[in-house]
Structure formats: structure tokens, C-alpha cells
Write a protein of this length. Sequence first.
Length: 477
Amino acid sequence: MPKDGYDLVVVANRLPVDISKDDDGEISWKRSPGGLVTALEPVMQKADGAWVGWSGGPGLEVDPFDADEMRLVPVTLSAEEIEKYYEGFSNDTLWPLYHDVIAPPAYHRQWWDAYRRVNQRFADAAAAQAAEGAIVWVHDYQLQLVPKMLRDQRPDLRIGFFDHIPFPPLELFQQLPWRRSVIDGLLGADLVGFQRAGDASNFIRAVRRLTDHTTRGPIITMPDPNGKPGRHVRAAAFPISIDSAHFDELARTPDVQARSQQIRDDLGNPEVIMLGVDRLDYTKGIRHRIKAYGEILADGRLDVEHATLIQVASPSRENVGAYQELREHVEGLAGRINGEYGEIGHSAIHYMHHSYPPEEMAALYLAADVMLVTSLRDGMNLVAKEYVAARSDDRGVLVLSEFTGAADELSSGALLVNPHDIDGMKDAIVAAAQMDRREQRRRMRKLRRRVLNDDVSKWSDSFLGVLTAMPSRTDHV
Ligand code: G6P
């Protein structure tokens, strides 16, 4: 550790590695492929950075260690804290509330207590690592109280927060019994970033309604200890992306290309392969998509000899009831449609409850004529961007829900759908399946220009650029 700490500290619920402990208590770790680490690794290495995150298992205590030129600082959570802070408040209260209450949020005071306690632990760990005047970048809905908790201890820090998921409209956010504490928590930051401009304006509206602070455009003025105008907080959109060039390159490698051909061969070389790739989450609209697909088969607009749907649904949050119910529904529906329309050698749906490494994902994207992203609500949706980055052949059609953050950027090349409108979605899916190559190329080129240009390093550079350019705390007091 450098003498007085690290100049850049990232705080996120998860570390960029998976840690495991064998029977002799020996610790090992494996890099976990995630968008955030790809984005932040170069800046972390340059800036002498530390990353604070959950060790990943119940009661797992691990000392800070260095990995890939980053300092990793594991935070320990007990089994009870995982249940109340992670599965409970984060994923059964905030997650559904912030995603348009697609599932009903549960409000439990004990979960809130655990959320506060765990947020404090993350804030303490970050405060202990940060050098004088360092930048601390806090991520996502699991840690919304950390900015204020940090500022209370370390007013010298420059604090950024990025919300990876939607920020809900006031009418929904108001349901949260602890809404004011959450707003105060976030306002501990100098810069609060969101995926879409709409999320930032929802946040500013909540600040206006729930506090007495004055706001002007994207700027909120906080009162100083004497009630006079004090420091400023900026709220703005910074749409996240992927490492587009890397994904593009990966998809061009001979191994990936061969694997993609093999996938097509294994499926019997149908005319149209459709693909869905999601965490098995009720926000993703998987049921709506499969229902629409089943109806298209029933109507005879596509048939199993010429078309098939691959649905990859990676396991997620399996201890939370709403996720268990969703799995039952999706698997029941896929089974029924296969039973009804499948033939020997021709499945209607190939359903896989697994996650795959990036090479296999790239091969699947290349094999897919149509990519279906039909979320009911989604902060961004990076799968849509990965599909585009993989298609250097300018082929393939992206069917994209208008309720994703990605739709704000990709509307001109994708076929936009409202997943609640099953008939409209069916028409878009059939249109995608029948689209001629010229039109595919015209649309895919537009999409690729956007995705290759606005990549994840641009995202982190612009967030950190704005944060660094903001007047420091001492300019205001
Ligand atoms: C979303 C959230 C992330 C989260 C990820 C996986 O993308 O924004 O914060 O890490 O889902 O969910 P999990 O609960 O497994 O961390």
C-alpha cells in the first residue's frame, strides 16, 4: 500500500474476481469477466487503484491482496447479512422497485437495518484505503448510502456514484419507507451518474420533492452547516458500454468463427436462428418473448424446420422467491412450446440454464440471424451491444425493447419493440426473420458505428473527467 493510501478507490458490491477457499483454508482467486473490471482496469493500474467489494461467500474473511496490478479489498458478509442486505433489501426491495415494480417489492425494516450496516462497512473499508484527496467511485443500488457515509468521515475525498440500473419515477420511488435516507446517501457524492437522461431527471425530481435543496438543471446545491448554499452535486447521464474493439476482435478469431459454424451445423442449418441471452431475471421479458415466439409458430408464420430459438438464461439470485417462480414459468413455457411444435431433430426452443465464457457467447452471436432483447425494464443491456460488436460481417438483426437504456442509443438501427404488445412484437420478430441482406447491412452499419465509437473506456473517461473537473470540496467551504 502506498504511504497514505490509494488515489482511486472503486467500491462495488462484487470484486472483479471470484475467491475460493479450499479445505486447508488456502485462498485462490479467478478473474470474473465483467464489464466493470474491463472498464476500470486500465485506469486503476494507471492511478494506483484499490477495489473494495464483497468477498463473495458467507463469512469469508480474506486479507487485502494484489491482483492484476490492483489492490483488492474483500469485505466480509455473514450468512444473515447476505440474506438481508443482498438477497433481501438489494434484490427483493430495491431491484423490483427500481424496475417499475414488475415484481412486488418487499419492505422489511430488518432488511433496511442490514443494508445500512453493510453500507457502513463498505464506506469504512473505502475510507481506510483512500489517500488524502483521492477519488472514490461507488457503484450501483446495493451501495447508495456509501457516498454520504464516506463524506461524513472523509470530507477531503472527491466522490462519484454510478447507478447501473434505472432510477424510478418519483411516484414509485415514494413507496420506499427510507426514501429520504437513500436520497441523502446519494447526495453525499459530488457526481451522481445514470444510464439515461430520464433516470437523472427522475432523481432530480425526487430531490426536489423530498428535500428543500435548490436545484438548477443538473446541479443540486447542498446547504452548508449554517444553512447557506454549500457544495454542488451534479446528476447526469453517462451511458455505459462494452470493450467493443475487443469483442469485435474476439468474434473475428478463427476458433470463434469455426465454433459458430459448428453451432449452425449442430442445429441442422436452419434458415433462421433467433437468440436470447439474459440473466434469468423477471425484468428481461423472457416469458413475453417465448410467448410471442410460440404464437408465431402457432400462426404458421415460422416453422420449426426453418427456424429455431436459442434461449440462454444464466442462473441468477436463486435464493430469491421471485427468481424461483420465474424459472418455473419460463421452463414450463419452453417445455410446453417444444412439446406442442417440436419435431424429431427440430426443437422449437433450445433452452440453456447456464452461463458461458465470452468465446462461446461471441460464437452464438455470430450464429444468430436475429437477436431478441425484450426487457420490460433494463438500465442499459450490454448483450445488445455485444451482439452488434460481434457482427463485423454486417449481418443479423437486433430486435430491441424500447424499455432498455440501449434503446436511447441504438434506435436507428434496431427494430424497437414494446414487449407488452405481443402482436407488435410478433410482427417485429417475423420482419427481422425475413429482412433482406441489404437492409440488414444498412441497419447493422449504423449500429456498429455507434457501438464501436462509444465504448466502455469512453464511459469511464468521461465520468472520471467530469468528476475530476468539479470544484474540490475546499473551494466551497
Ligand atoms: C446487474 C447489476 C449489478 C449486478 C449484476 C449481477 O447488472 O446492476 O450490480 O452485479 O446485475 O447480479 P448479482 O446479484 O449476481 O451481482
